[in-house]
Design a protein around this ligand. Sequence first.
Ligand code: ZN
Length: 325
Amino acid sequence: MRWRNGFAIGLLALFATPASGQTYVPRDIAPVIESIDPLTVADEDFARSRDPEAWEGLSVSRISFREGPVTWRLWRIANLRHRDGPLWVLPHDNENATFAAALIAVRSWGGVVIAVDSDPVAHSYAARFNTGAGAAPVDPNRNFYDALPLYAGTILADLGMPPRLIVALHTNEPGFDASLSSCPHPPYGGSGTISIKLCTARFHPRASVGRAWPFDDDDTLALVPYPVDGDPRGAFCARRLGGADFNIVFERVTTSDGSLSNYASLHGLRYVNLETAETGSTPVGLAGARNRLVAMIDRMMTLCGDGPTLALSPPAAHLATAGRH
Ligand SMILES: [Zn+2]
């Protein structure tokens, strides 16, 4: 098996809170890894991508483990020709455009995709939560705590040393609740919790000036965290993203909310979260959100994918497809 268990053990040692006084939870089950055929596996994300060419040079496996009462399933997709490159993390199974974007990204830029598999039919909002037997629903992006080392250690097992860049991909509900915002003139309402026009003590935006595609949409943005006592301009890639006129949300991290952005910031890991508006799972809806994500990925990697062994060959053909605007 190509997945290297030693990384997981090393990461657990690196990130776990010292175990003094803790009692081992006997229900934990260490990760089990099995190879998967992406052309036949019963899962809607894969069913939308049955083209054998899309999987050439990629290895796919399923990782299962249990921590406390919660059973987790992950997909791991690795670029065998370009093993270096980012760790692409997809916490939410219902955000279907992120899977399509990650498949393009890992082929273009190398590295490894880790996608949480909550549901083989992941259309509904409920599919963003992990609902294992006997366990309360868990948001996979609120489970990154040192006290849950198996979860973070398994998802981040491919980080390596020095740690590779983490790129999280999300879609989000359009707009936001204006009552949450301290911006001078919150412009409209909505159901989302993130937008380039949202200002709080924790989130502060730097909106694109030119508003050129893909940043003509308030929900299409890069989120970069920084520690409470740090300088937001020192956040990963912040200056270059600003220079390239990205929509940028700076997240000031105090105590962790269990999100990967907070975990990465508190552990000094390089991290950027790329988000776009959720536009549904029709072919047109998926293509539109996917293309905005891929456009941000390619620009961000060109600006800040500074690893010497990255596969610097972004394809452009996919951006010419329908649904771009
Ligand atoms: Zn998400």
